[in-house]
Design a protein around this ligand. Sequence first.
Ligand SMILES: [Zn+2]
Length: 97
Amino acid sequence: MSKRTKKVGTSGRFAERYGVRSRTMIREVESQQKLRHACPRCGQKAVQRTSTSIWECSKCGNVYAGGAYFPTTPAGVTAERILKGLPVESPVEKESK
Ligand SMILES: [Zn+2]
C-alpha cells in the first residue's frame, strides 16, 4: 500500500486549517499515540488507546489508566516508584539563582 500523505501524516485530515504549528504538534503526539505499546501485564505490544487516558491490551484484555495521550507519563513513573518504595531520582536542579 502506498503512503497517502508524505509530510502531513495524520494531520492531513485538517487540510490547510488551524495553522502549521497546531498541525505539527498534533502530528507529533498522534504518531506516538497510535502506536502499539507494550502491555504492563503480558508484555506484548498490543496496547492501544481506547479513550482519554484509557489503555487496553488486545491480547490479554488488560484495561488500565495511563497518560491522556501516552501510556506512561514522567509524573506517572515517579508516582509508581514512590508506591513501590523505590528511590526516586531527584530531578536535576536547574540554576535557581
Ligand atoms: Zn496484555
